[in-house]
Design a protein around this ligand. Structure first.
Ligand SMILES: *[C@@H]1O[C@H](CO)[C@@H](O)[C@H](O)[C@H]1NC(C)=O
Ligand SMILES: *[C@@H]1O[C@H](CO)[C@@H](O)[C@H](O)[C@H]1NC(C)=O
Length: 764
């Protein structure tokens, strides 16, 4: 054994081609509307039905002699037929040059072999390039690791096509046939396969080598002939050897890519595919680890322990009971969730790959057998679709036994956070096999299962956030550092929601079963920590429109806020704009009310541009400043006038500084400022164009508007006062990014230099 093992190694080194294939680049790729992840799963789904169900395969065989292969004719399953039609249409729109050539080959071969209507000769001629692509152009190890159904497709073609005779000097039909028979037998005869396959690996005929390597791999063996489980799936070395031998056979001028359909090779490929799945599952089962996190008022350690009983690998419970968890008074639970999460995320990458984190919501109000059942089912289903579902939850029932639909959209933009209901409850999964039993959205129940790998990456991005986002803000003087003890437990779920949203995760909700929990968002608080880590100044956690919102301000003065805008190309802080708007409405309203017939307000300089940009109640959101004239038709001596009204203004919460003929109004805490020129007597009737700004009546005259337009050219959007620049975000991925009016100097960005909607405004 030892000797032949060495021999095989040497042989392998000689046989393996020296060139390297371009790595597979399909995951997460979308091209011309084709999403390769979706194609992959849909192909597998359709093939699963075609191959294992058998009906379609029989129909195909029946129609094959009359040349036309068109399964839709006699196959009655409407749903499958739809899937196949969709794949057919997809072939027509595939990009010619794709980043994922493997996907293109797979799709074209499958659809054409089902529907071409061509004779085999013509089919082989027309699709030769795609077949070459599967045999030569794709790395088999990567293809099956990424779960591309490459072998199922080759298997299907082989199943329909009569097969190819063996070339001369390659009489191994009987030997390979025996291997195929053993592979099919219910008790796989490992010893027989091994002893018959090993000599064939050294055969001069490439087909024999390919078959033997594929047979060994299908039996779950390593190249050494051992049964080993060090790697998930079939042995890459055997797979590579099999592919290399087939390449060699296909390079024979007479055979070409047809070589792969020499019987019984196609059967080996189907076995390979199954072996890959079986070994992977087995490997996963052994390595599978479950971490369960809970902190809250319930005594449910035993119940959680019970969830572990199905887990083969490690199962760890991170449990803390906080008996007298007082409502709205944060206790130790946030710290517990956070620390346990941190500990889990230190797991190494390989271990995290097949592991799950189950977060149990602190708002769970009771535990029972039904819940155990539902959560188990959730864990099982998520594991089954682990590649495509990285976070999964359940519908919820609250303490009043009211059904609460947990799927929500998260808006985290322009310093604001809002949870919002979807217009029709949820999105539908793009993956066909998942569309029926899962709902998709930005978030799900508080009790939820994460892929540990994804969970780990969320925690890594949390650390990045805590560093970059927090340090970019002005230091808060005298403020105490946020401590875990002051944080609501539910805030941990909100933080995970925000990190998931930013990472583009889709949360899946399994439609059967229910988690017995109250709505966690109801307990969430916009704490200084959440505010600073995610740059949120206003939050609406509950989905009702106009529901209560919480505020936390990040910039002590408007000067801080506007320099942040200048430096990073983002919208001015929500709080700063709100303070400014409120001040203008209050102080301006006071001015107008003093003498409604003889007082007017005339916005000047850049504030005129609000007419064109922001409607009647808002300010354009990259401006941290208002300039206006308060004009009277009677005499006004500014200093004396303001002195007289100082107390009134103070009780309204404002103060002023006189600077020559200009008054700078500010809030008492100096969070916002505006420049106002007060003058009289003037002919107020000359300002005969009326408008509204922040809900107040304002006036203009015709030449003033024309002059402002020529001076400012408001069609192009510019921010920053003296060194004005076209709007352009300089903090990639920041929630408050300005639209792009620059596109790297090439013109206006794809957003048309405009926000997608009015959410950026204060009142939306
Ligand atoms: C195929 O992919 C595997 C895993 O990424 C890699 O180790 C191997 O070198 C690749 N083979 C070729 C021929 O590029
Ligand atoms: C349960 O949900 C309903 C509707 O959302 C709500 O009115 C009720 O207050 C909730 N009960 C509890 C205990 O949270």
């Amino acid at each position: 054994m030892q000797l032949s093992w060495l021999f095989v190694q040497v042989l392998l080194a000689v046989l393996l081609p020296v060139f390297c294939l371009r790595p597979l680049d399909c995951a997460g790729v979308e091209e011309d509307g084709v999403r390769w992840d979706v194609v992959r799963l849909d192909l597998s789904h359709a093939l699963g039905e075609v191959l294992h169900n058998g009906a379609l395969s029989r129909d195909l065989h029946a129609s094959k002699d009359s040349k036309g292969r068109d399964p839709a004719v006699s196959y009655g399953d409407v749903q499958l037929q739809r899937h196949l039609e969709r794949l057919q249409r997809l072939v027509l729109v595939l990009p010619e040059k794709s980043r994922c050539p493997l996907g293109r080959y797979c799709l074209r071969v499958l659809v054409s072999v089902l529907y071409s209507g061509l004779s085999w000769e013509a089919w082989f001629r027309r699709y030769e390039e795609d077949l070459w692509g599967l045999i030569h152009g794709s790395n088999w190890t990567e293809a099956i690791t990424a779960e591309w159904p490459i072998f199922q497709i080759l298997g299907l073609v082989g199943d329909l096509y009569e097969g190819q005779p063996y070339p001369v000097g390659c009489e191994v039909e009987a030997d390979l046939g025996r291997l195929a028979a053993w592979l099919k037998s219910p008790v796989q005869e490992a010893a027989a396969i091994r002893s018959n396959a090993l000599p064939l690996l050294r055969h001069s005929c490439a087909l024999a080598r390919a078959g033997a390597a594929a047979a060994l791999a299908s039996a779950g063996m390593r190249l050494s002939g051992e049964m080993a489980l060090a790697m998930p799936g079939v042995d890459p070395a055997l797979l590579a050897q099999s592919q290399a031998a087939l390449r060699a056979a296909a390079s024979d001028r007479h055979m070409g890519p047809k070589a792969i359909f020499t019987r019984p090779l196609p059967a080996f490929f189907l076995h390979l595919d199954e072996a890959q799945k079986r070994l992977r599952r087995k490997w996963q089962k052994l390595r599978e680890r479950l971490d369960i996190l809970y902190c809250g008022p319930l005594e449910i350690e035993e119940e959680l322990q019970d969830l572990c009983s199905n887990v083969q690998g490690d199962c760890k419970i991170h449990y803390h009971q906080d008996v007298d968890r007082p409502r709205l008074h944060p206790g130790p639970c946030f710290a517990h969730y956070r620390q346990a999460s941190q500990a889990i995320s230190n797991m190494d990458h390989a271990a995290a790959m097949s592991s799950t984190v189950l977060l149990v919501s602190p708002s769970t109000w009771i535990w029972g057998e039904e819940l155990t059942h539902d959560v188990r089912q959730l864990l099982r289903e998520r594991q089954r679709w682990a590649r495509d579902i990285s976070v999964a939850g359940l519908p919820t029932i609250n303490r009043s036994r009211i059904f609460n639909w947990p799927v929500k959209r998260i808006l985290h933009r322009h310093w604001k956070l809002a949870y919002e209901e979807y217009a029709t409850g949820h999105e539908t999964s793009p993956f066909l096999p998942l569309a029926q039993f899962w709902a998709v959205g930005d978030t799900t129940s508080g009790t939820r299962a994460y892929s540990t790998l994804v969970f780990k990456s969320l925690l890594e991005s949390l650390s990045r956030h805590e560093l970059e986002y927090t340090t970019a803000l002005p230091k808060t003087q005298g403020a105490i550092e946020p401590s875990d003890g002051n944080e609501a437990a539910e805030n941990w779920l909100v933080m995970l929601d925000l990190l998931g949203k930013e990472a583009g995760l889709r949360a899946y909700t399994f439609l059967t079963g229910a988690s017995l929990e109250n709505v966690y968002q109801a307990e969430a608080l916009l704490s200084p920590r959440i505010s600073r880590t995610f740059h949120i100044e206003s939050a609406r956690f509950l989905a009702q429109k106009g529901g209560p919102s919480q505020e936390h301000c990040l910039f002590p003065t408007s000067g801080h806020a506007s320099s942040f805008t200048q430096n990073h190309g983002v919208v001015v802080s929500w709080c700063t704009r709100k303070a400014l708007k409120t001040m203008f409405r209050d102080v301006g309203g006071w001015w107008l009310a003093l003498d409604p017939l003889r007082h007017i307000i005339v916005p000047v300089s850049a504030s005129v541009l609000n007419l064109y940009r922001s409607g009647e109640t808002e300010l354009f959101p990259w401006d941290a400043d208002i300039d206006a004239n308060f004009i009277a038709s009677h005499d006004v001596v500014v200093g004396e006038f303001l002195q007289k009204h100082k107390d009134t203004l103070n009780t309204m919460g404002y103060d002023f500084v006189l600077k020559g003929d200009r008054a700078v109004f500010k809030t008492l805490a100096d969070t916002a400022r505006m420049d106002i020129w007060i003058s009289g007597p003037q002919d107020v009737r000359a300002y005969d164009i009326r408008g509204r700004l922040c809900g107040l009546r304002v006036n203009f005259f015709r030449d003033q508007l024309a002059g402002s337009v020529w001076y400012y050219r408001p069609g192009e959007k510019i921010y920053g006062n003296t060194r004005g620049q076209l709007l352009h975000c300089r903090w990639k991925g920041h929630n408050a990014c300005l639209p792009d009016c620059v596109r790297n100097g090439l013109g206006v960005g794809t957003d048309g230099c405009e926000f997608p909607d009015r959410f950026v405004h204060l009142a939306e």
